[in-house]
Ligand binder design. Sequence first.
Ligand SMILES: Cc1cc2nc3c(=O)[nH]c(=O)nc-3n(C[C@H](O)[C@H](O)[C@H](O)COP(=O)(O)OP(=O)(O)OC[C@H]3O[C@@H](n4cnc5c(N)ncnc54)[C@H](O)[C@@H]3O)c2cc1C
Length: 393
Amino acid sequence: MDLKYDVVIVGAGAAGSICASEAGGRGRRVRLIDHSKKFGEKIRISGGGRCNFTNIHCGPENFISSNPHFCKSALTQFASKHFTDILDTAEIPYHEKHSGQLFCDNSSRDILNLLLQKITENKVELSLGESVTKIEKTNDRYRIYTDIACYSCTSLVIATGGLSIPKIGATKFGHEIALQFGHSLVSTKPGLVPLTFDTALLKHCADLSGIAVEAIVSCEGYSFSGGLLFTHRGLSGPSVLQVSSYWQSNKPVTINLAPLRSDSQKLNLHNLSKSNKLVKNILGQLIPQRLATSICAQMNLDKKLGEATETLIGSLDERVCAWTICPTGTEGYRTAEVTVGGVDTANLSSKTMESSIHQGLYFIGEVIDVTGHLGGHNFQWAWSSGWVAGQNA
Ligand SMILES: Cc1cc2nc3c(=O)[nH]c(=O)nc-3n(C[C@H](O)[C@H](O)[C@H](O)COP(=O)(O)OP(=O)(O)OC[C@H]3O[C@@H](n4cnc5c(N)ncnc54)[C@H](O)[C@@H]3O)c2cc1C
């Protein structure tokens, strides 16, 4: 005996929850299922516990997808402003950190509680700790088998997210369902993830772990400015995370470690100080001293500026302003914030997120091949795509 619903949503993360509450608000009988015992873990841990829930400048240019136009309709139908209107009505305090990134003043629990409240108000039936084992379609109904029940529905929404952080519930289930129902996948890889070095480069940077600088990091024609952090495995920090979503294996990454102090990739050291000063101390006025000392030691520049040849100073310019490295990899899905790639948008409606192959089948959120930049764009995509599916499912 199956339990009959209008809408079943698999995955109670950001996208699944807003979709459920919108569909429930339209009077649809909705069941929202998640195999995790805890509700919205990713929301809870996001943004250092304060959830960077949107970005006021969010637009299509902040997304990576095989079809860069796909995200436009949903982002217009339910924009950043629509989400902040909901928070304003609920009197949830938030603030802009920088570059349009909005964070909760208190904690991400404010968002979790709001989502739970809306789900309850709209009579959504929520199952946590319930695993979906199989999905079938017979005639016009989808049958969802779990470890404890069987549900059937006319609208099935897959909101199982990406592959990052498996220990809090990420699975490839959504990708498998997409393949089962005739959709194709755009190949996946970890995004917004620290880059790692080989042993030789790590040895080179051994004493730099923990140093943070403002940098411009470039790869494959994309450049991002912001913080860069040396780690004991390689590099992290916002500018590195952003570029990681574009980085391909074996491709170089170029880094300007002194973007605010360099002029056309030159440090103009001679203009800065008297030539009887040590190069490392002059460089230490532009970048952290520990980094300056390490670079000078590696380049045999442990000498006074007046003693250094023009060629050596030219090499130093390049080492600081256009440091080119070949990362060996990334820290992978264990620490990645997102998954690049996913369900191909080719057979999805950009207006409703419905499959053009199977009526009543929807994909929303990170499971789709739409990946946001760092800064609240991924949650905005989850809200926008979830909201539009919630109006149609
Ligand atoms: C550490 C971290 C910090 C982040 N910080 C930010 C941030 O500050 N701002 C931002 O915009 N983005 C951030 N992100 C990205 C953002 O969290 C995701 O893009 C967003 O949560 C995606 O929403 P979603 O609903 O598509 O998927 P998710 O939120 O991942 O939800 C998917 C749900 O599906 C469930 N599920 C998976 N498989 C199954 C299955 N087989 N059966 C049943 N349920 C299943 C999972 O348990 C999960 O609850 C962060 C990500 C991480 C990992």
